[in-house]
Design a protein around this ligand. Structure first.
Ligand SMILES: Cc1cc2nc3c(=O)[nH]c(=O)nc-3n(C[C@H](O)[C@H](O)[C@H](O)COP(=O)(O)OP(=O)(O)OC[C@H]3O[C@@H](n4cnc5c(N)ncnc54)[C@H](O)[C@@H]3O)c2cc1C
Length: 555
């Protein structure tokens, strides 16, 4: 730890020195780039009215997994742990990971989507087990400790507010007494909500107490209004937090979701509160792609269990088995899979399209869960940026009042002594924009390039000169938005009435309760939680894989 801190201080010092030299103004170069990341046209094949054509090959497997995001990969791992090896996973993209994939730009690893995982609490014990298996968490002298290399180094986050960078994301620099009083009141309300009934991550483990269901009936904004919480700085911060985790702001998400963000993890700490030790965050240059690559590796080692570039077009289950048709993108032919059972780890709106005669709960989920579009831009810069006064460059850098959610620095965890080229990954959630999805589809790359460069040039006027490339990933239906009513809806398919206690002998029963199923189909995706984070996706996949039938298919 001492060595790490020494390295970081040196890095900060040199970064400051480099900025002082950044007075000269080389002529701007052309910025290269384009749309990368996900293949929109493959997903849109499902809207195609044309029949996909007759299968050219038929394959057999015991368990088929459709979708290779975190949930699908977690299901494969759980099956493997139980000795079920006759498994195939079909994934639409050319690599597994879904929203948690990483990429490389200018030789630097960077996230294409999800970029961090908060140190999981005990309710997410399946995630804790994964981290232990990956060597990230171990017991030392009776305490659980995390690998320092992957815990986000300090300084973690800063906010560009009133022309200066300040430490942390809650606006505090120069705010008045009224704002501070509202921060304290909100902190008190979060504590009161936790005292009324604990929140948990994954949310399933909190059950469905009446106080949570009441919070699920109105928007976060309406709930704040009711309590007279109207301070602009507080509202900006809460809106930012909701956009960051749920893809839409406080006027859209439920009060349950707004409080869950704080109450299930780190709480809300007003300045001057005794916050205790802040919760750590695990992060990697390629973001959560570090985790999904490791989850996918055993499927690749085992030869042909991971089948990428496969668009699942149709899933039909009957008394005898499951038939799945998928387009092989490379050969443009349809392959048919016959399986004993299928774990459908697809977003609900995709599942409802491809499952023949979808069960009522799937129809309901697809009709009632809205999805937010997102944009992720990887910006390669070949020199450190000039900076405004205030807090030093951090891992997460957010601009008050801007359309985006700021950027993370892919080289933040590096201990290189001199700052240099890096990739800044910029995020924007478009869940609030009425035509966000259409814009994402129709606007050219240059439109987003210009908007992002203009936005980030406010704190970094020299960005344009140092920028070599911007690659943009468009997620048309990135994540479920927990609007009012979502919690009640998700409890319907979770059959939440009689959850056994966590960690108890009823764990398998608990997994059964949280896995929506229909005959030979078991559904696992973060959508079924009504909002999308690693813990939800992983636990649902783990539950589906832990409860799927074990017996090998008889020939
Ligand atoms: C931009 C962005 C940033 C995020 N940041 C974070 C973060 O920092 N931390 C965090 O915890 N969470 C973050 N999330 C949430 C993230 O969605 C979850 O952590 C998790 O990756 C969701 O996994 P999943 O398996 O539920 O879903 P998905 O990632 O949606 O997986 C579904 C998979 O199914 C595949 N698929 C779809 N249709 C077909 C088809 N027809 N045939 C075959 N395959 C198909 C998809 O390609 C995908 O791989 C972020 C999400 C986005 C979009």
């Amino acid at each position: 730890m001492g060595a790490t801190n020494a390295g970081l201080q040196r890095r900060q010092f040199l970064a400051t020195g480099a900025l002082a030299l950044a007075g000269c103004n080389p002529a701007p170069r052309p910025i290269e780039g384009g749309f990368t990341g996900i293949a929109l046209e493959r997903g849109h094949l499902l809207r195609d009215a044309r029949p996909p054509g007759a299968p050219t090959v038929t394959r057999r497997v015991h368990t088929l997994i459709a979708g290779g995001g975190v949930a699908g990969l977690a299901a494969a791992r759980a099956l493997r742990q139980r000795g079920v090896d006759d498994v195939a996973l079909l994934e639409l993209e050319d690599s597994a990971g879904g929203n948690s994939r990483g990429g490389v730009l200018g030789g630097i690893a960077c996230p294409l989507g999800a970029h961090y995982l908060p140190v999981p609490g005990d309710a997410a014990h399946e995630v804790q087990d994964l981290l232990e298996e990956l060597g990230l968490r171990q017991r030392v002298a009776g305490r659980w400790v995390y690998d320092e290399r992957h815990l986000c180094h300090s300084p973690q986050e800063r906010l560009f507010f009133n022309g200066e960078w300040q430490d942390g994301l809650l606006p505090v620099q120069g705010v008045g007494a009224t704002t501070l009083a509202q921060y304290r009141r909100f902190a008190g309300l979060v504590r009161a909500a936790q005292a009324a009934a604990p929140f948990a991550m994954p949310a399933f483990r909190a059950g469905a107490p009446a106080s949570h269901l009441a919070l699920d009936t109105l928007t976060f904004k309406a709930w704040l209004d009711r309590d007279g919480l109207t301070d602009p700085q507080l509202l900006w911060y809460l809106d930012y937090s909701c956009r960051d985790d749920y893809g839409a702001g406080l006027a859209t998400v439920s009060a349950w979701a707004g409080l869950h963000y704080f109450a299930s993890r780190h709480g809300f700490h007003a300045p001057g509160d005794d916050a205790g030790e802040r919760e750590g965050v695990l992060t990697w240059p390629e973001g959560n792609g570090w985790l999904t690559r490791r989850l996918a590796a055993p499927l690749m080692e085992a030869g042909s269990r991971l089948h990428t570039g496969r668009v699942v077009l149709r899933i039909e289950a009957d008394r005898h088995g499951v038939t799945v048709d998928a387009l092989d993108v490379a050969t443009q032919t349809v392959e048919r899979w016959q399986a004993d059972q299928c774990i459908v780890a697809l977003p609900v709106f995709v599942a409802a399209r491809v499952v023949v005669n979808p069960p009522e709960m799937l129809r309901q989920a697809a009709a009632r869960i809205p999805h937010a579009p997102w944009l992720v831009a990887n910006l390669h810069i070949d020199q450190p940026l000039h900076d405004r006064p205030g807090a030093p460059p951090s891992w997460d850098n957010v601009l008050y009042g801007s359309p985006g959610l700021g950027y993370v620095d892919a080289m933040h965890q590096s201990l290189r002594p001199v700052p240099g080229a890096t990739v800044l990954t910029y995020y924007q959630a478009l869940g609030e924009a009425p035509d966000g999805r259409r814009q994402l589809l129709e606007q050219p790359w240059s439109h987003w390039r210009d908007a992002i460069v203009a936005e980030l040039s406010v704190p970094h006027p020299d960005l344009r000169e140092k920028l070599t490339r911007i690659d943009i990933t468009r997620y048309g239906h990135a994540m479920a938005v927990p609007v009012p009513g979502t919690l009640r809806l998700s409890r319907l398919w979770n059959k939440n009435g009689s959850i056994p206690t966590p960690n108890g002998p009823g764990l398998l029963q608990q997994y059964e309760f949280m896995t929506p199923s229909d005959g030979r189909l078991r559904f696992a995706h973060s959508d079924w939680s009504g909002y999308s984070v690693f813990e939800e996706a992983f636990t649902r996949g783990h539950a589906a894989g832990s409860t799927a039938g074990r017996n090998p298919r008889r020939a």
